[in-house]
Design a protein around this ligand. Structure first.
Ligand SMILES: [Zn+2]
Ligand SMILES: [Zn+2]
Length: 138
């Protein structure tokens, strides 16, 4: 049995995977998510800080939902996050379409040999986001 402290309220709970959040906080977070989703639907032009303020959700949490592709925005929305590879503004996920293709291409050829260097370079660039990911899950 894996027992951990909830990241949000500090209570000890039986950890079953995913984010280290107790069932109560998870439910609250899910409620918040629905609230944010409804807010964005009603206010498609809102800035991300406005969303955070009006729904009382921290911006990092919002960005995480965007990264997880749970939150998406209309094309007219100015909300976006940076592609983790090239920094261009995207609406959802971790990479822009171009980088996604690049990555798929690199990964595909990584099983060969000659593209190894390129893949390593990308891995290095990606270290910070990986660390962020690890921290998040702790
Ligand atoms: Zn909790
Ligand atoms: Zn990109």
């Amino acid at each position: 049995m894996d027992v951990r402290n909830c990241k949000t309220c500090g209570k000890i709970f039986n950890y079953i995977g995913g984010q280290p959040i107790c069932p109560t906080c998870k439910r609250n977070l899910e409620d918040k998510f629905q609230e944010v989703k409804a807010y964005i639907k009603d206010n498609p032009e809102a800035q991300i800080y406005q969303v955070a303020e009006d729904t009382d959700v921290n911006i990092n949490q919002l960005r995480q939902w965007i990264r997880e592709e749970r939150l998406t925005f209309s094309d007219s929305s100015t909300i976006g996050i940076e592609c983790e590879k090239c920094g261009i503004t995207i609406k959802t996920g971790r990479f822009c379409n171009r980088c996604k293709e690049d990555i798929a291409h690199n990964l595909g050829s990584a099983y060969g040999t000659q593209k190894k260097e390129e893949v390593n370079e990308f891995k290095n660039k990606d270290t910070t986001s990986k660390m962020r990911y690890l921290n998040r899950d702790r």
